[in-house]
Design a protein around this ligand. Structure first.
Ligand code: PEP
Length: 248
């Protein structure tokens, strides 16, 4: 049985003041949900998040992790540093990192391995652009993005990852994949996982991300292979984030 995961990706948003009320709201509404909640916050706010959410049952994490353990890597944050703030999750391969920071499928795979080795659960993002979808390349793109991850993580165990299917054209645009479109790709992802590790394929959570909101969450989350959501914009309002979790 896969417990749904509703994970917020705050991206580069927030301030100490605005986070305080957001975290307080999430903490206040987190009890009794049938889903696991997590927030992936900007690194400077990990300490604040740890203090605000400790003991609440809500997990937290980062939006990226370095492949390096330590040293001369200006601006990078290691898995050990994230562990200092009791992070559970690290997003890897978000489309914004792939496109603005040139992250390759192989680098994303290495980040997933590094996260696991450091005791974190990577949330590995995959997804096609609008152009790729229109050219009928969605399946090829998603399987190409997954292949190095599955190969690299095999030794550590595929059950240690979360996958997020995030069609790039749906992120932050207000355009959501229909539940059928999303389910079709989630099914493909699970079948691809099953070829590598049949047992892990039944337990790995595959999240949908891309303009998931309170009014479309229930129909997406009702699909057999959609095990939660990676939520951008709607995770910045406690009421919306919690409403999505209640739909799970
Ligand atoms: C995201 O950034 O991962 C995301 C899904 O954003 P949004 O919900 O705003 O589309």
């Amino acid at each position: 049985m896969r417990i749904p995961l509703i994970a917020g990706n705050w991206k580069m948003n927030g301030s100490l003041a605005s986070n305080a009320s957001l975290l307080e709201g999430i903490r206040a509404g987190a009890a009794g949900l049938g889903a696991e909640l997590a927030v992936c916050v900007p690194a400077p706010y990990l300490a604040q998040t740890q203090t605000a959410l400790s003991g609440s049952g809500v997990n937290w994490g980062a939006q990226d992790v370095s492949v390096h353990a330590s040293g001369a890597y200006t601006g990078e944050i290691s898995a050990a540093m994230l562990n200092d703030f009791a992070c559970r999750y690290a997003i890897v391969g978000h489309s914004e990192r792939r496109s603005y920071h040139g992250e390759s499928d192989e680098l994303v795979a290495q980040k997933a391995v590094t996260a696991i080795a450091g005791g974190l659960t990577p949330i590995v993002c995959v997804g096609e652009t609008l152009e790729q979808r229109e050219q009928g390349d969605t399946h090829a793109v998603v399987t190409r993005q997954l292949a190095p991850v599955l190969a690299a993580v095999a030794e550590a165990g595929l059950s240690k990852i979360v996958i997020a299917y995030e069609p790039v054209w749906a992120i932050g645009t207000g355009k959501t994949a229909t539940p059928e479109m999303a389910q079709e790709v989630h099914e493909l992802i699970r079948a691809t996982l099953a070829q590598a590790d049949a047992a892990a394929a039944t337990t790995v959570r595959i999240l949908y991300g891309g303009s998931m909101k309170p009014d479309n969450a229930a129909e997406l989350l009702a699909k057999a292979d959609i095990d939660g959501g990676l939520i951008g914009g709607a995770s910045l309002k406690a009421a919306d984030f919690l409403a999505i979790a209640r739909a799970a």
